[in-house]
Design a protein around this ligand. Structure first.
Ligand code: GLA
Length: 385
């Protein structure tokens, strides 16, 4: 397959940044790779193991080539990539369109083709490409140059565009990269953004809300990327569960960002919920749209293949909420996907994707309690009355 068709469903993987920043090393990362496999992440569909910023030496070598930090990676990057591949995973790496990466390591500006060739020689399968220290660079052009450099290697390399949504990548990134960040960086906070002076880290719901107007641009091989997961990084269980569910509803790339070696059984259960992941990975690749049920109780609806639909009820408030739904009163219409449901004469069976059990049909009222920041997610399958 050529670049442009190598991400028919949202890429799934792990990325070092959210937990480790630049504090990475070969030994620690090998442990993570091992747990990636033994914990069931790989078996659940996660594929990429991605090194973010901080993998390289502070200077290029005398030939102008990037080199892996010899202290962090004493056996070099090819050996580490081989280790990742030996476990049946794909290997990803990071650099930046500017003169330096965001953490101050050598950027790719002016070295696009040689860096791409180096990555291909190491067996890189995924490149995250950032936007720090770019001065007056033209954004689409800079990403198109690196995209062409990757294609010229002949190796399929997923290209992850990371310019934080500032230059409307949803309008030009299709065909350039397979995914493109839509916002600034996420942080492990559910509702409160964190102000760091010259930049603001975004909460889960801030990012969620910013996906609404760009929903229509999402689709196979050109994914809106609402940033990596913070599941297991300090939010409550319900918040982690909601964050994960909502990202699946958005058909978002899923990049775990926690220390896999230390994850609790609850965190693992969230990240490896295969029925929820199937919603994310649905081949139609359509993002959910939002309907309000009542004040701050939201319903997100995602059309799926075979006329199935995912429904995610989401309590955004700090208090508990009662869900009291008479299905017959509900009509759903989504011109973008062609979804049209009139529950007074159409019937569906309900599958609760977190309780992992069948939950009756839409012929009966739905009564459930939602704790603060909790979701309930159903898959609806058409049925007779
Ligand atoms: C930017 C990106 C992050 C991460 C860091 C690395 O902030 O948006 O996801 O890659 O750079 O320095």
């Amino acid at each position: 397959m050529l670049t442009g068709q190598i991400a028919p469903t949202p890429p799934m993987g792990f990325n070092t940044w959210n937990t480790f920043q630049t504090k990475i090393s070969e030994d620690m990362l090998k442990e993570m790779v091992d747990v990636y496999v033994s914990s069931g992440m790989k078996e659940s569909g996660y594929q990429y193991f991605v090194l973010d910023d901080g993998w390289m030496s502070m200077e290029r070598d005398q030939n102008g080539s990037l080199v892996a930090d010899p202290v962090k990676f004493p056996h070099g990057m090819k050996a580490f990539a081989d280790y990742v591949h030996s476990k049946g995973l794909k290997f990803g790496i990071y650099n930046c369109a500017g003169s330096k990466t965001c953490a101050g390591y050598p950027g790719t500006r002016g070295h696009e083709y040689e860096d791409a060739r180096l990555y291909a020689s190491w067996g890189v399968d995924f490149l995250k490409y950032d936007w720090c220290n770019t001065d007056s660079l033209n954004t689409p052009e800079a990403y198109k140059t690196m995209s062409a450099a990757l294609k010229a290697t002949g190796r399929p390399i997923v290209f992850s565009i990371c310019e934080w949504g500032g230059h409307t990548p949803w309008l030009w990134a299709g065909g350039v990269g397979e995914l493109y960040r839509t916002t600034g960086d996420i942080t492990a906070s559910f509702v409160i953004d964190k102000d760091y002076g010259n930049w603001t880290a975004q909460s889960v719901v801030s990012i969620l809300d910013k996906q609404i107007p760009i929903r229509k641009y999402n689709g196979p091989n050109h994914w809106n990327d609402p940033d990596m997961l913070e599941v297991g990084n300090g939010m409550t269980y319900n918040e982690d569960k909601s964050h994960f569910s909502l990202w699946c509803m958005l058909a978002a790339p899923l990049a775990a960002g926690n220390d896999l070696r230390k994850m609790s059984p609850q965190t693992r259960d969230i990240l490896t919920n295969k029925e929820m992941i199937a919603v994310d990975q649905d081949e139609r690749g359509i993002s959910a749209f939002k309907m309000m049920m009542e004040d701050s109780l939201e319903l997100w609806v995602k059309p799926l293949k075979n006329n199935e639909v995912a429904f995610c009820f989401f309590n955004r408030t700090t208090g508990s909420k009662k869900l009291n739904l008479n299905w017959k009163d509900l009509n759903i219409s989504d011109p973008q996907s062609g979804l049209e449901i009139h529950f007074d004469n159409q019937y569906f069976t309900l599958r609760d994707l977190w309780l992992k059990k069948d939950a009756g049909k839409t012929d009966k009222k739905l009564e459930r309690d939602l704790a603060s920041h909790e979701v309930i997610v159903f898959k609806l399958t058409p049925s007779s009355k």
